[in-house]
Write a protein that binds this ligand. Sequence first.
Ligand SMILES: [Zn+2]
Length: 144
Amino acid sequence: MRREVAQYCNENLHLLNLKQWVIKVSEDLPPDDAWADVEVSENLWEATIRISNDFFKETPESQRRILSHELMHVHDAGLERFINSLEGILGSQTFDLLNKAWDTETERVAEALSHVVCSLLPVPDFTLAKVLKKKEAGARRPRP
Ligand SMILES: [Zn+2]
């Protein structure tokens, strides 16, 4: 199912003005109790999304909003690279303060924008019900 999520993201990137990017979906889980997180490449137009198993229990509309949130973070890639480049330049206390403010503000922006821009994306269906339906259909298919 994670492969289908990657396909969905890549097919709709142009709707969010991210068409130069390639989105990968990792088999790894995000930390904590997050539905998802995203990590952008340091030097490529590539970002990797990690999705929790709970993501697949969400409604299709919620899944769309969650993916919109992660894709909004991709727009922050250049600023995030800049912040990360300061780690060796600033003292650790100053960098930690800056990094904490960055984390808080980028979350606030991604969350706010995701509620607005998610309506630009088609409603996906990566729900467990769909997965189970697919498995049932596969099980009923006659074997050669
Ligand atoms: Zn976020």
